[in-house]
Design a protein around this ligand. Sequence first.
Ligand code: G16
Length: 543
Amino acid sequence: MHLNQVATQPIEGQKPGTSGLRKKTKVFMGPHYLENFVQAIFDAIGGATGKTFVLGGDGRYFSHEAAQVILRMAAANGAAKVIVGQGALLSTPAASNLIRLFRTDGGIILSASHNPGGHDEDFGVKFNTPNGGPAPEAVTEAIFARTKTIQQYGILETVDADLSGPGVQRMGDMVVEVVDPVADYAALMETLFDFGAIRELFASGFRMRFDAMNAVTGPYATEVLENRLGAPKGTVVHGAPLPDFGGMHPDPNPTWAHELIAEMMQADAPDFGAASDGDGDRNMVLGRGVYVSPSDSLAVLAANAHLAPGYAGGLKGVARSMPTSAAVDRVADAMGLPKYETPTGWKFFGNLMDADRVTLCGEESFGNGSDHVREKDGLWAVLLWLNILAVRKQSVGEIMADHWNRYGRNYYSRHDYEALDASTANVIMGDLRARLDTLPGSTVEGMRISSADDFAYTDPVDGSQATGQGLRIVFDGGSRIVLRISGTGTEGATIRLYLERYVAGPEGLGEEPQKALAPVIRAAETLTGLRERSGRSEPDVVT
Ligand code: G16
């Protein structure tokens, strides 16, 4: 065993996106690629000497090799201890929990989240800070800056750590503690929800299908839903995490979780359906014959969270990302709660939670969560829904109808145009951005534009600023078009077009969303020429 200082050179393009560095797996497997980025993380946080980190990920292809490299680098950089999930597995929310629980100096999560996995697919690395949350922009910028000057990295030449079962071992002077990835997370869930009430719900014959999409949530969902809550065996499907997700694209949306959607739309479907993504932080929920949009899910959770023991005292406030619909704002207004609108990316919620300004946060991209950790949390959302269903003793469909009757309905959809030629995407965005000032007052498809801007955000806690966070065009009455380029794609550029229309009710609450949004969709095409200029006749993904 000896300590090696390896000479290297900066590698271009190691700029973290919306959530860490995501690239094709083959790129990460290239010479020094992973090592440069990991050393840049250690350097950017003032070194690893004497520090304790959490390490794990969604088990995708190359995770095992990457985990061993990171352990050997942490040891070479003087880290005191690394807490690793058995088999290098940890869901993103479970990693966040461990970082907080053991008061560590942060964690490294190996995941490209909802992107497919495999040798020819995607891999990713993200760093979470000691609060358990994704590194804020100041930290990711420092990491990126370091990748541009790096000249060497440290790595210990030694045998691999044994990650096959819980226990403590040493790698050089560093302690490697392998932990059960599920146990602490499941214990946390028991403190938040009424497991007794949910157990009774299942005992009464309530049927559920949880599609783990061959990704990391499988072991968590099996332990919590089947073992602890008594859901029948087989409730969790695709429950074994596989390096290539069994060929599934582990993104819980109607396009990629189509098996679950098909099942839930049948007449004899289970009462409740849910899916989660590669690293377990996203969720999609459904009732029999009912798809719940993520924005609506956030609003329903905010309106009903007090029914779960962990939130019985009420919420401090709520936050949503800018492209997320305003459905949760209506709940916040009715309940007299402070509300915040942030840029896309969970990292922007961290300060608000740390400052005790919000309890619940959510995004249209199938993520919601609370201040129990500092990441969004797929299984948590499913358990909160189950707790609400157990207490209200109504179906998902009844709860949604009741919600819309009370608050009105924010019809909502996102249209993704994936892997566009990057320069075409930039021209489409640039042209619209250049016209923003001239748009207010004009009329498109019979709708008058009331405002248009490029979203900018000043963090109310530390004053940090984020600009260029998405083009938004708002019409009289609150209908809205938002356009931004995804920060998680790994191929070309993905344009996300977010569409929203508010109907106060009581008439017109039961329409099919694409139909209800038709004028807004037409206005978006008129304003951007997105389909025509990208040569696409329709979006790749509709949520
Ligand atoms: C990440 C972020 C989310 C963000 C989503 C989509 O999710 O954590 O906050 O909403 O990406 O980002 P974009 O629109 O830039 O692709 P995940 O689940 O991929 O970590």
